[in-house]
Design a protein around this ligand. Structure first.
Ligand code: 13P
Ligand code: SF4
Length: 302
């Protein structure tokens, strides 16, 4: 079978042959993140960079909603995912019909939809947001009441920061929902002086027990610039692995959880995606224009 070095060499050769780029989320393993990705980042950075990509093919090493967003922003490009089953518990928690019902129940209240959703759900929304810009998106609306879906923890965390009332939806990230405030107390007892950063998809009491909360890119930037002695990232495990591979003088403390969807990507299936030009992401034309408008509104303000 192919070694990791064989796969990495083949992927670089195939990228050149296909005029392809690999966009990888911060939760990809170090061999993908550091070995083959052209662009890495959080959901917001991947959406922004997707607009600027100068290539015929985009391979999205992340989860399906990220590839859909890249396709929305690049309808003429081929967008591939290494494994079509890489979903997201948040995206699966809500349908377009659910959003229509929420709007009917709350007429006139703007709908802010987390990017971790299908294009069909985005198409029913006024504007999208990510964990990195949710507060700015809500503030841009100038209203004190919003429908913020589908992550009830993110909605509660951002509502508190932005000082607005939110109507939300009982969606949760299966990875971040598992952390508890007791985990954080334990980390602080075991590792004196540790800086604790939590993703805002964590329950509100976990965020409250942390020193700060932010998107994956905001966590990475903070560690890179501040160089704290020791850090606990209350998020997916590859975040710590990717930072540890690059920044040696920061001790990474791990309570962390794995995202089974993000972990469906591997060097082998990225190579297979480029070899076979599989699996192509397509979007129903009935929803594409309306979904793109919600993403474009987000990109315009953040
Ligand atoms: P970020 O936008 O912070 O990278 O988060 C994406 C995600 O899926 C978090 O679980
Ligand atoms: Fe979805 Fe959570 Fe996995 Fe992110 S970590 S892709 S929100 S299940």
């Amino acid at each position: 079978w192919a070694t990791m070095e064989d796969d990495i060499a083949a992927i670089w050769r195939l990228k050149a042959e296909r005029n392809a780029v690999i966009l990888a989320h911060n939760y990809q393993t170090p061999e993908i993140f550091h070995g083959v990705a052209d662009i890495v980042g959080d959901s917001l950075a991947l959406a922004r960079e997707a607009v600027r990509v100068d290539a015929d093919v985009i391979v999205l090493a992340g989860v399906h909603f990220m590839a859909e967003t890249a396709k929305l922003l690049n309808p003429e490009k081929t967008v591939l995912v290494p494994d079509l089953r890489a979903g997201c518990s948040l995206a699966e928690s809500i349908t377009a019909a659910d959003v229509r019902q929420l709007k009917a129940d709350n007429p006139g209240v703007p709908v802010v939809t987390y990017v971790n959703t299908s294009a069909a759900v985005k198409a029913e929304s006024d504007i999208c947001c990510t964990s990195g810009n949710a507060k700015a998106v809500i503030e841009s609306l100038g209203t004190d009441r919003v429908i913020m879906i589908p992550d009830e923890h993110l909605a509660a965390n951002i509502a508190r920061d932005a000082g607005v009332e939110v109507i939300t939806w009982p969606g949760r990230c299966e990875v971040h929902d598992r952390f508890t405030a007791a985990d954080i107390e334990q980390v602080r007892r075991d590792h004196e002086g540790v800086l604790v950063m939590a993703h805002p998809e964590c329950p509100p009491d976990v965020v409250a027990a942390s020193d700060m909360a932010g998107s994956t890119a905001q966590m990475l930037a903070h560690v890179a610039h501040q160089r704290p002695k020791r850090v606990a990232l209350i998020t997916e495990c590859s975040m710590s692995d990717n930072i540890a591979a690059e920044i040696r003088d920061v001790e990474m403390i791990r309570p962390c959880n794995l995202c089974p969807h993000m972990k469906r990507n591997s060097l082998a299936n990225i190579r297979a995606a480029l070899e076979g030009m599989q699996h192509e992401v397509t979007i129903d034309p009935d929803v594409a224009d309306r979904a793109r408008a919600a993403v474009d509104r987000m990109l315009a303000i953040s």
